[in-house]
Design a protein around this ligand. Structure first.
Ligand code: IMP
Ligand code: MG
Length: 244
């Protein structure tokens, strides 16, 4: 009888010890979970603050500058969406065949880089440089080729890319020159097509991003006196600021 009581007491004690151990493990597990939740919340908070401050940075990068002489004409989101559509149009035309893109430096480089990354056919790339206003001249003396193409364009499907079609002198000059190399096909693509107040005899383009009014635009690769090329949006220079 005594032994049975002793065994019963030992059994209860063992049961209590096991219960304590289980509770201890549960507490530790809870603590770890709380810590995880706390760290997760902290992580989310840090991310939210970082994203917010990045948004502010972008604002001051360009949109904030609209107050200081620049007005956004085409936003970076609109450009990105249109570049994707344009790439689809170009792909519809060429299919999966190889093309040779010749970019007119320097204004086209941002547009070219974005468009190329939306195209999946094999692409050979070349660049040329054209100066429209040599030296300190303010009136066009006709385009001059300052960097000729390196590639032999004979028999190739050539896509000539420029930032903007303005008077069309540059495009006409390059089209005449490239046609002489006997490419298999020669097409043109510009990001912007200026709507001129005076009608001019200029070549039309095969692919374009946006029709814009007759204003001087900067950003997304385009410059004024070699400035503003890095702006993510296409902006119009405020004529009042410009004059000053
Ligand atoms: P074109 O008058 O069509 O021959 O254009 C000559 C070049 O002038 C273009 O390739 C651009 O680099 C530059 N250009 C024309 N309009 C603008 C503008 O509004 N902003 C910046 N560059 C321009
Ligand atoms: Mg140019």
């Amino acid at each position: 009888m005594y032994l049975a009581q002793q065994q019963h007491i030992r059994c209860r004690r063992n049961f209590k010890v096991i219960l304590c151990k289980i509770l201890f493990i549960v507490r530790i597990w809870e603590a770890i979970s709380y810590k995880r939740v706390f760290l997760l919340m902290l992580n989310l908070l840090v991310r939210a603050v970082t994203i917010r401050s990045m948004g502010n940075l972008n604002d001051t990068d360009c949109r904030g500058r609209s107050d200081s002489g620049l007005k956004v004409l085409v936003s970076r989101e609109e450009i990105a969406a249109r570049v994707e559509q344009l790439a689809a149009e170009i792909t519809d035309h060429y299919g999966t065949g190889e093309i040779t893109i010749v970019g007119v430096m320097t204004g086209v480089f941002v547009f070219l880089a974005d468009l190329m990354r939306n195209l999946s056919m094999p692409i050979r790339l070349d660049v040329v440089s054209v100066r429209s206003y040599p030296g300190t001249s303010t009136s066009s003396q006709g385009p001059q080729l300052t960097l000729p193409p390196k590639a032999d364009l004979n028999g190739r499907d050539v896509l000539l890319m420029d930032d903007i079609l303005d008077s069309g002198h540059t495009m006409k000059f390059l089209l005449d020159m490239f046609s002489a190399s006997n490419p298999r096909s020669l097409k043109t693509c510009v990001l912007l097509r200026k709507t001129l107040s005076q009608p001019v005899d200029r070549p039309d383009v095969d692919f374009f991003g946006f029709d814009i009014p007759d204003e001087f635009v900067v950003g997304y690769g385009l410059d004024y006196d070699d400035l503003y090329r890095g702006l993510p949006d296409l902006c119009v220079l405020d004529p009042v600021e410009d004059a000053g």
